[in-house]
Design a protein around this ligand. Structure first.
Ligand code: SIN
Length: 307
């Protein structure tokens, strides 16, 4: 059912003393003002973390962050997560470069398709932190959708039906698309494309394709909020169901979560830093800026086994 904002929608800002919060859309997202992220105080950090859990995605403009500064900010939320796709930049193994050169045409870009980050891991990352360094004059936006609000807007009967289900999250679809559409190179997707030439997949890739079973409805460990844990990119089946049974259910849930009412969209500028809570929202990048360069750096914060 196509939802219109109202009722359960409340993306208003909480009362804050040390930061200013301006919500981005009816469903989710907020821009934070009054913070220099490299010099954030403990009092500001407490409000920033609460704002992240409340709005699911938050962003700061005009930040001047070194890799070390991004690492330090990231570590305030918790230890680094396993990096499922890259090895980081020299000297900063946990700072993942996401760079697409001007004129580079790729079939699949990193982050395209609605997803929650590295959901195929046993302990997927809780929070992702993305810093924009080179931004196309247009295109290259990122969109998010609020999976907790999407859950809240389901009927009680649907909620009861899906409550006990476990979803299989697998890297398989990304691997197949990379092999079908991308050239082999030293980018996260290019490295997957390069497996075309290999007789056998590495144990690491096999582990990620086998993936993990997670609750389809998960409970946020800090706020207790329930959300749908399901996406277009990694969700590939339901435990105990045939493909014919699970595919329509997953397709419905993905269409439900990603409908316009639950979304917000970020137009990046140089120095924008965005954070999102993977436990409770999905996001996607666009492959719509072929003529232009885009350079971002990402850190991820370790999560828990979803429950
Ligand atoms: C991601 O999926 O983490 C990347 C998003 C983006 O590049 O906009």
């Amino acid at each position: 059912m196509l939802i219109h904002p109202g009722g359960r929608f409340d993306n208003s800002a909480a009362d804050n003393r040390y930061i200013e919060v301006r919500p981005l859309a009816a469903a989710m997202g907020a821009e934070i003002f009054g913070v220099d992220v490299e010099r954030i105080t403990d009092a500001q950090f407490a409000e920033v973390e609460a704002a992240l859990f409340r709005h699911k995605m938050i962003c700061f403009r005009d930040q001047k962050l070194t890799h070390a500064g991004q690492e330090a900010f990231s570590l305030r939320f918790g230890p680094f997560a396993e990096d499922a796709y890259t090895k980081g930049v020299p000297g900063h193994p946990n700072v993942q470069p996401l760079v697409k050169e001007a004129g580079a045409r790729t079939g699949v870009i990193f982050g395209s398709g609605w997803h929650t980050d590295s959901a195929f891991l046993k302990e997927p990352p809780a929070i992702s932190i993305l810093y924009g360094v080179d931004i196309p004059p247009y295109g290259g936006d990122t969109m998010w959708a609020n999976a907790a609000l999407a859950y809240a807007c389901l009927s009680d009967t649907m909620k009861a039906m899906i409550a006990p289900l476990k979803v299989r999250m697998s890297m398989g679809r990304v691997l197949s698309e990379a092999r079908a559409h991308n050239k082999a190179d030293d980018t996260p997707i290019g490295r997957l494309a390069a497996t075309r030439e290999q007789k056998e997949l590495s144990d690491d890739v096999v582990r990620k394709v086998n993936g993990a079973y997670h609750p389809l409805v998960r409970t946020h460990p800090r706020t207790g909020e329930k959300s749908l844990y399901c996406d277009q990119t990694y969700a590939s089946g339901i435990e105990g169901m045939t493909e014919e049974e699970s595919a329509p259910l997953l397709a419905f849930l993905v269409a439900h979560i990603t409908q316009p009412a639950f979304q917000c969209r970020l137009r990046w500028s140089v120095g924008t830093l965005a954070l999102w809570d993977n436990r409770i929202c999905v996001h996607q990048a666009f492959n719509d800026y072929d003529a232009f360069r885009r350079e971002h750096y990402r850190t991820t914060v370790a999560g828990e086994i979803p429950r």
